[in-house]
Design a protein around this ligand. Sequence first.
Ligand code: E4P
Length: 218
Amino acid sequence: MKFFLDTANLDEIRKGAEWGIVDGVTTNPSLIAREGKPLKEQIAAICDIVDGPISAEVLATEAKAMIAEGRELAKIHKNIIVKVPLIRDGIQACSALSKEGIRVNVTLCFSPAQALIAAKAGAYFVSPFVGRLDDIGTEGMDLIRQIVAIYDNYDFGTQVLAASLRGPMHVIESALAGAHIGTMPFKAMDMLFNHPLTDKGLEQFLKDYGKAFHTESH
Ligand code: E4P
């Protein structure tokens, strides 16, 4: 399973990259807006930190304009994945851009039917949003299971990018379901490290060694 950071914050991306467990980054207009720099500038800075797929979302909502914007975004760096929303114009743009060899992430996917459409349009990634489905009282993870099963049935090449993951259980369940990628906020990735027995065990190891050899641990 690949791990992507779902953030446009450069400090968070740098930290995750230092850990060596970040395979890529996803952004959306809300995340870019939070950092206060224009889309292209922020995306270019992210590409300098992580050598992996970096999703940059179009702001246009009409197919022709989306295609033009997608082409421009793709010029920023070879690792750019153009992100388009799962609306009719977005799917049209996905088909056209994919045929030109530009990789597309179809986002805001909330149903298996939508995921089928994205795959048929040649999407490189589809982004089903788990947390936002949970937010409205449905079982978001069912969507990941359904999409993985459907794509397996037909050997679709589109990769399932489990998105809107909010914590460790979402990441674990996505991995169990066979999602190719999980994208998560920095805080969720950080939480994956935690186990009280790791901390307790380490403390004891260092204490034992210190007692035997009168060394101090740092
Ligand atoms: C996906 O690419 C989206 O940016 C993201 O996962 C949405 O997450 P949220 O529902 O926590 O905002």
